[in-house]
Design a binder for this molecule. Structure first.
Ligand code: COI
Length: 355
């Protein structure tokens, strides 16, 4: 880690909310810890890096993030090992990705001593909030947005970076039902689909709402040009097992490069399972289903972890996946990943960072 050049000022909450919080009964993203990290970028430099009690940020209605959407974010998780030590999963990967997202939106990079040191300090302070029940974690949400007070369209000169933290369980409690939409696209080549840009999520909401009204949990997005190749779900990347090979759409420039996705691609060969990153046409998936070759389908994301897919609606076809108990690889994979994150299994890739 680079030497710290920013002193992180800490203002502690007068009273912790932890004793009044039921960590066994959590709604995703609704419970926030006692503290948050806030830093500002102004006049070409990062300044005022501080940890303060979680609460409202004062801002002007003219800040450019609200008008032109210069806003990106991250999702990452902290866990505890059996000795009670707090561990972060691949924070350097999230750091690299937020800077890639920022570059796409014309925002300056966040240095190590703000992103990594700030996160470590925040998790250290709120470590008692890390839940330890199976499937739970402390979800960290770094947000980064333009805070120039100006309605002129140009890259902002002032930015705010903040990290808030929520104790959570898995995002999906049950296997999810997906539907393919032909009415909307999430992203297209040359756009911002590969960035974790707030606007990508806003653009997905209408399709998501319509899917939910029809009884589905989420949309499976196809590519924006031909509406033929499977991309992702919006909340997670997707994987399919066809004839004992686990396949996932290769990064096309309009798919989020998921860190859980990358971890799975690295882990599967160590478990003796063949994995391929390639284009997958929705018709190929339908054909594999009809031929009885489609063994499993699952989503992968920080919030979702490994989320089993129950079915995929595609035009008139319902691709119904086998019962979770009959799926060959995803349950083992979920167990192995969770064991690495909680320090119960050797961390061969050096993914865990002790707080
Ligand atoms: C995450 O998995 O961390 C995300 O940011 C996805 C979001 C829809 C919860």
């Amino acid at each position: 880690m680079t030497a710290r050049t920013h002193t992180i000022a800490i203002e502690r909450a007068a009273q912790s909310k932890l004793a009044a919080t039921d960590l066994n009964n959590l709604q995703f993203g609704r419970t926030f810890t006692d503290h948050m990290l806030v830093a500002t970028y102004d006049e070409g430099a990062w300044q005022d890096v501080k940890i303060q009690p979680y609460g409202a940020l004062a801002m002007s209605p003219s800040i450019s993030a609200l008008h032109y959407g210069q806003a990106v974010f991250e999702g990452m998780k902290a866990y505890k090992n059996a000795a009670g030590e707090a561990l972060l999963f691949r924070p350097h990967a999230n750091h690299a990705r937020i800077n890639q997202s920022a570059a796409r939106l014309c925002m300056p990079p966040i240095p190590d001593e703000v992103f990594i040191d700030g996160l470590l300090e925040l998790v250290r302070l709120d470590a008692d909030w890390i839940p330890t029940r199976a499937g739970s974690a402390l979800y960290l949400r770094p947000i980064y947005f333009a805070s120039d007070e100006s309605v002129g369209l140009r890259p902002s000169e002032r930015y705010t970076f903040a990290v808030i933290a929520c104790p959570v369980n898995s995002y999906y409690a049950e296997p999810v039902k997906l539907t393919v939409t032909r009415d909307y696209v999430r992203a297209f080549a040359g756009g911002t689909g590969a960035a974790k840009a707030a606007g990508n999520y806003a653009a997905s909401l209408l399709a998501d709402r319509e899917a939910k009204a029809r009884g589905f949990d989420n949309v499976l997005w196809l590519d924006g040009k031909e509406q033929r190749y499977i991309e992702e779900c919006g909340t997670m990347n997707v994987f399919f097992t066809i004839d004992d090979v686990v396949v996932t759409p290769k990064l096309s420039g309009s798919i989020l490069p998921g860190i859980t996705r990358d971890s799975i691609i690295k882990l599967l060969p160590t478990l003796g399972v063949k994995v391929e990153e390639r284009t997958i046409a929705i018709d190929e998936l339908a054909a594999a289903f009809r031929a009885g070759q489609l063994q499993e389908a699952f989503g992968a994301g920080t919030a979702a972890t490994i989320a089993q897919i129950a079915s995929i609606q595609f035009d008139d076809l319902t691709i119904a996946l086998p019962p979770v108990a009959d799926r060959p690889y995803s349950s083992v994979l979920a167990t192995v990943l969770s064991e690495i994150k909680t320090g119960c299994r050797a961390d061969e890739f050096g993914w865990m960072v002790r707080v």
